[in-house]
Design a protein around this ligand. Sequence first.
Ligand code: BG6
Length: 475
Amino acid sequence: NNKAQTLILFGATGDLSKRMLLPSLCALDAEDLLGEDLRIVGTARSQLSDSEFRDFAREAIETYLPDHRRGGMAGFLNRLSYQSLDVTTPEGYADLAAKVGENREVAIFLSTAPSLFKPTIEGLAQHGLADSNSRICLEKPLGTDLETSCAINDAVASAFSEDRIFRIDHYLGKETVQNLIALRFANILFEPLWNAQHIEHVQITVGETVGLESRVDFYDGAGALRDMVQNHMLQLLALVAMEPPGSFEAGAVRDEKVKVLRALRPVKPSEIVTGQYRGGASDGEIVPGYDEELGRESDTETFVALKAHIDNWRWQGVPFYMRTGKRMPERVTEIVVQFRCVPHSIFPGAKLTQNRLVIGIQPQENVHLSVMSKVPGIEQDGMVLREIPLDISMPDAFTGKHKRIAYERLLLDLIEGRQTLFVRRDEVEAQWNWIDAIRETWETEGIKPKPYSAGNWGPSAAIALAERDGVTWHE
Ligand code: BG6
């Protein structure tokens, strides 16, 4: 894969483009990472001139990218041009192809509704834009179940080989998610303990304080399981649980992740709790319930908590508790690795707390390891012990490094042709396979989400799910 010379953004006037893609590209340009030649062609249905599209981009950047990261915006805006195009009709593609020109490496980013992927790919193929010089990037949702996901994957595969398909899971673009790989495989410390013999359980939490936002129809058709667990949370689980890959190459890393995803045991109905928020106090304000926001009744879940098991040698008997939801008490994404007790205590009377590694993904970016320590002082019979943290705050450890948008890393990798942080077809399909089985059980058992008040960690059954095993969700 050579460096792309043209980036085509489908859905260029959409929300993702405005909030993430254009600001990310501008930020990369401000750091001279885009290369001199890269041109960016935006396409969408609206009739815009190049200069109107540049105005759109300027406003997006001014709204979503901090001032100090914009650089000389004029240079970036000059890279942009625009082609109006209805992806379902043949007109427009020829003009697009003419804009791109001959013999150029092209990267194509589809930030459009998945129902448009197929006609877009056909249009691109018919106009010579899907040859071996081009690669394509797809945004989620990649289907709503295994079958629809396979249909999308087949449509893309009819024009692009797998090494030219870049499926985004934006969590993989987050610095702290990549740091998980560094933490595990650039240190000798953790790996010998990273197994069922020494780890009691793992928790993965992705809490959000927001509700439906403006994505009413999309969200109601998806729900938390498909919106968050199927992709982001399973990718986090795969990174935590995978065997050490032989290298950081795309094939090596993705081979290990897919083995984990395929080893996921089907979830029993007793191991999963779903919820839907009602009105309540959230983030300092009184907010309406899901039904009220939606304007109708719905059985869509806005919260899921579940207990996953990975059926392989390394993880036998180690539950992975996962929970995610809207209208949670706080916005937090973290991974908690709970180690086992020491095999024998030489401190009679002292309560030894098990070591715990907490990896803060967002908003706090930190690594926190709890260890037992002697409380200073002279005691008559033995020592007094207490748990204290070994803390690494990423912003403090790396002062002067600014926070990045996850899409910066991913867009650059797309342009430069690196696939490690993109999801391979077999991974997506293994993810759907596991999710579909859960949804089938909901249907056959008639399971409906339980209500919870906004501003809580889901219904009380979610707390009980862990507490039954003597586990407390980390706060
Ligand atoms: C998206 C989901 O994929 O991820 C949203 O569709 C969710 O519902 C978002 O809010 C969370 O992403 P982040 O980066 O804010 O944690």
